[in-house]
Design a protein around this ligand. Structure first.
Ligand SMILES: Cc1cc2nc3c(=O)[nH]c(=O)nc-3n(C[C@H](O)[C@H](O)[C@H](O)COP(=O)(O)O)c2cc1C
Length: 492
């Protein structure tokens, strides 16, 4: 299996949707919360202080100054603003409630799990932990030094982010691997930005031997390691590392569904994108193609909403108001600026994803399709005219892409990524798309707008509409930003 075979066979088209109707088996829906049972569970202090720095400042690369007094306080603050439950929704027909989190997730199915190794954190035993999002606590899976086995960076906290593909496959079947990768990109940025807001730095590694890391962390076999994120910096309260031997509690991973359906295509693309023990250093990719446009973006709009507030109130819009209420071009500029800031990762030396915009309602911009050239801060005019019907149509007929002020197609140079990284590059372009999406979510929220990630689109229709020559790129993600309609199901 190659990335191309997987990608081609998971494209949506009118014909593929008709051919493969799918009814959801609600009784077998996977539990969105993983627990490792039978291990010590460590409390993280409740109500950690909110990072006061503005969200836009963090998105522009600024760092918060919060200094936690000890390891538990630091971890609690970090995770509360990166991965915790932040709201709930009520199902109108049954009245039952379900949780929503700081990080978004396709179908709210949350394939991403947060494991972390600590070394030398003040008042916190060195060991390997799993974040139990359902209770904002840490499951202690082992004591000992795992951090130095996971990264070359001298880092007191090292996250291992894993994917449970079955959670997404239950709903999205073979296409679900793409959503796991997007989700990972969102989770990575949620973590990296929360780290920045709490005054530290992070660096992500996608280039690691998968099976070795899975064994080192004794992961449940349904969890696949996808990213290793090292956190370092002066705001992390440290002392001397423990010198104790490794002690395993391990724990038993909870069963997520009564029955599991096999998705061999997902197993095969995952195997094709794995690295072996001897993976060596990462290659430099060819630079992204350069270009420019006639429209210079104005200075970004400013906003003062704090990172803490923005992150905890971020939601996906169910739909947007449509009509004539527009956003300003300075707001658009702020969001594009946030999306273009560098990513700190071993696969992010060059960008693979370019944004195409379907502008519906932006003051100072004629409705039409535009292409973003981030290095120059410019937009290139691609075609004029009202794009609302086509934007919704390309997003599998979802009205929200037409009712937004602006919708996006993220076009990735997968060939270029694969030339540099082999089939592993397939993961990286989706991580990048998800990471861009996370920044757009937070920038939109900071500016008083709303956003929604859109994983469902008619792939080849998008290519045809945008006139992309073969080899010019593949659509990997859609996105929409505008004024959200109220969501009556939402609660605190
Ligand atoms: C990768 C990804 C793809 C998504 N695709 C869609 C989509 O096609 N349509 C939609 O309405 N929402 C989509 N969403 C939004 C999710 O449904 C939403 O994140 C989830 O319900 C959780 O809600 P929250 O974002 O408010 O926490 C997507 C989100 C992500 C991260």
């Amino acid at each position: 299996m190659t990335w191309r075979e997987y990608h081609e066979s998971t494209k949506h088209s009118v014909e593929s949707l008709r051919r493969t109707r799918h009814t959801l088996d609600w009784a077998n829906m996977p539990d969105p919360f993983r627990h490792y049972e039978g291990v010590p569970v460590l409390d993280l202090p409740a109500d950690p202080p909110a990072p006061a720095i503005s969200a836009l400042e963090v998105l522009q690369g600024g760092a918060g100054g919060t200094l936690a007094s000890d390891g538990p306080a630091f971890l609690s603050q970090l995770l509360y603003y990166a991965a915790a439950i932040s709201a709930s929704k009520r199902v109108p027909s049954t009245g039952s409630k379900y949780a929503l989190r700081v990080n978004p997730s396709s179908g709210n199915l949350h394939p991403t799990e947060f494991h972390f190794a600590t070394r030398g954190l003040k008042d916190w035993p060195d060991g390997l932990y799993h974040y139990r999002a359902s209770s904002h606590t840490a499951e202690q899976r082992a004591l000992g030094n795992f951090a130095t086995g996971l990264t070359d960076i001298d880092a007191p906290i090292v996250f291992v982010l894993t994917s449970i593909a079955w959670r997404e496959a239950w709903k999205y079947r073979d296409r679900a691997y793409r959503y796991c990768l997007h989700d990972m990109g969102h989770a990575w940025q949620a973590l990296a930005l929360a780290a920045r807001a709490t005054g530290c730095d992070s660096f992500a590694a996608g280039n690691f031997p998968d099976d070795e890391v899975a064994q080192l962390c004794r992961l449940s076999e349904d969890e696949w390691p996808m990213l290793i994120v090292a956190l370092h910096g002066h705001s992390i309260p440290v002392c001397h590392p423990d010198v104790s031997e490794t002690v395993w509690f391990e724990g038993r991973a909870n069963k997520l569904s009564n029955e599991y359906t096999a998705y061999p295509l997902i197993d095969r693309i995952h195997a094709a994108t794995k690295l072996r023990t001897d993976c060596g250093g990462i290659c430099e990719a060819e630079p992204a193609p350069g270009g420019s446009g006639a429209i210079k973006l104005p200075p970004p709009a400013s906003a003062t909403r704090s990172f803490g507030e923005v992150v905890r109130t971020r939601r996906s819009a169910l739909d947007f108001r449509g009509g004539t209420q527009s956003m300003s071009i300075a707001q658009l500029s702020a969001m594009l600026d946030a999306s273009a800031r560098p990513f700190l990762a071993d696969f992010a030396g060059t960008r693979f994803v370019q944004l195409y915009l379907y502008v519906h309602c932006v003051d100072g911009l004629e409705p039409g399709v535009y292409r973003h050239w981030p290095e120059k801060g410019e937009l290139e005019f691609v075609r004029s005219g009202d794009q609302r019907v086509i934007a919704a149509g390309l997003s599998l007929g979802q009205d929200l892409a037409g009712n937004a002020c602006v919708a996006f197609s993220m076009i990735a140079g997968i060939d270029r990524a694969v030339r540099a990284h082999g089939d592993r590059g397939y993961r990286y372009v989706h991580f990048e798309a998800g990471a861009i999406g996370q920044r757009l979510y937070l920038a939109a929220e900071a500016l008083g707008l709303g956003a929604t990630g859109i994983g469902a689109f008619f792939d080849d229709e998008v290519h045809r509409f945008l006139n992309l020559a073969s080899g010019q790129g593949q659509v990997v993600y859609h996105f929409a930003i505008g004024y959200p309609v109220p969501d009556p199901r939402l609660g605190a």
